[in-house]
Design a protein around this ligand. Structure first.
Ligand code: HH2
Length: 277
């Protein structure tokens, strides 16, 4: 995918997660200090991250608190400033607020990762169109504060595919280039473990919409439940899910541990290319 600044992301790509938050579910508080956050972003780049996804507001399933714009900016600005000249890989900004996304773009971010698929802030689509930013459109129901109340579907695959097709249409109507749209089934957002597994199995269906698919399984509770809850089990479980996602057609995996993901993604990508057909 060619970004508006001319840089190219080669798929399958690894998106490393940087949560500059006190309350993220797996690493809350670890990178609230700007120096530590900057160091961790550079470390993830070193480990093979192709994109660094920076967020200042947690979306975890239970008890995520909405963060005022000022606070989100206060967390993010020093980190984005500190990274501006030192990071070579593109930055994506994980926010649902246009004011935050605008500030990040001014500091060089090229991708807007919006867990509400441009539905929370009416200014977001226009901002993406005007700046030529790429967008990640993620499926969720309700809001980051309430989404687990809405984990009921007649057919989760049909619901998610239909929603993402509609949001992509909305984005294009707003002036966003189809070549800069990424879709994401929103693993763990208004979804039970069964829903997550059904969606991971149905990635080829999502891929047929014609947009690169991003998948974020990293350290989420269904991985803990299935693979086990020790740090090693969670890491191996995540790497296995990443490999299978790439084998099924995913273009980007969003992970906390790019080193582990890189090995898994390389194996899956090699098997996808050399499938004997
Ligand atoms: N998952 C989380 C946050 N942002 N964005 C996309 N596109 N896809 C995801 O699956 C996704 C996301 C939740 O994970 P994390 O960032 O680690 O936690 P928190 O939201 O608590 O900061």
């Amino acid at each position: 995918m060619r970004l508006h600044d001319g840089r190219v992301i080669h798929f399958p790509a690894i998106m490393g997660v940087l949560n500059v938050t006190p309350d993220s579910f797996s690493d809350g508080g670890r990178y609230l200090d700007p120096e530590r956050a900057i160091e961790h972003a550079l470390e993830m780049q070193e480990q093979g991250a192709d994109i660094i996804d920076i967020g200042g507001e947690s979306t975890r399933p239970v008890g995520a608190r909405s963060v005022p714009v000022d606070e989100e900016l206060r967390r993010l600005v020093p980190v984005l400033r500190g990274l501006a000249r030192r990071l070579h890989v593109p930055v994506s900004i994980d926010t649902r607020k246009a004011q935050v996304a605008r500030m990040a773009i001014e500091h060089g971010a090229a991708i807007i990762n919006d867990v509400t698929a441009l539905s929370y802030d009416p200014q977001m689509a226009r901002l993406a169109a005007e700046t030529g930013s790429a967008v990640v459109l993620m499926h969720m129901r309700g809001s980051p504060e309430t989404h687990m109340r809405f984990a009921r579907y007649r057919n989760v695959v049909i619901a998610v595919t239909g929603y993402l097709a509609a949001r992509a249409k909305y984005a294009i109507r707003a002036g966003i280039s189809p070549s800069r749209i990424i879709i994401d089934p929103g693993i763990g957002f208004a979804k039970t473990a069964r829903h997550n597994l059904a969606l991971l199995n149905a990635l080829p269906v999502l891929c047929r919409l014609g947009y690169p698919v991003l998948v974020g399984t990293s350290r989420k509770s269904f991985i803990r439940r299935i693979a086990g809850g020790t740090p090693r089990e969670i890491e191996f479980g995540t790497a296995a899910a990443d490999a299978l996602a790439v084998a099924a057609g995913a273009s980007i995996v969003r992970v906390h541990d790019p080193g582990a993901a890189r090995a898994a993604v390389r194996m899956a990508a090699a098997m996808r290319v050399n499938d004997g057909k």
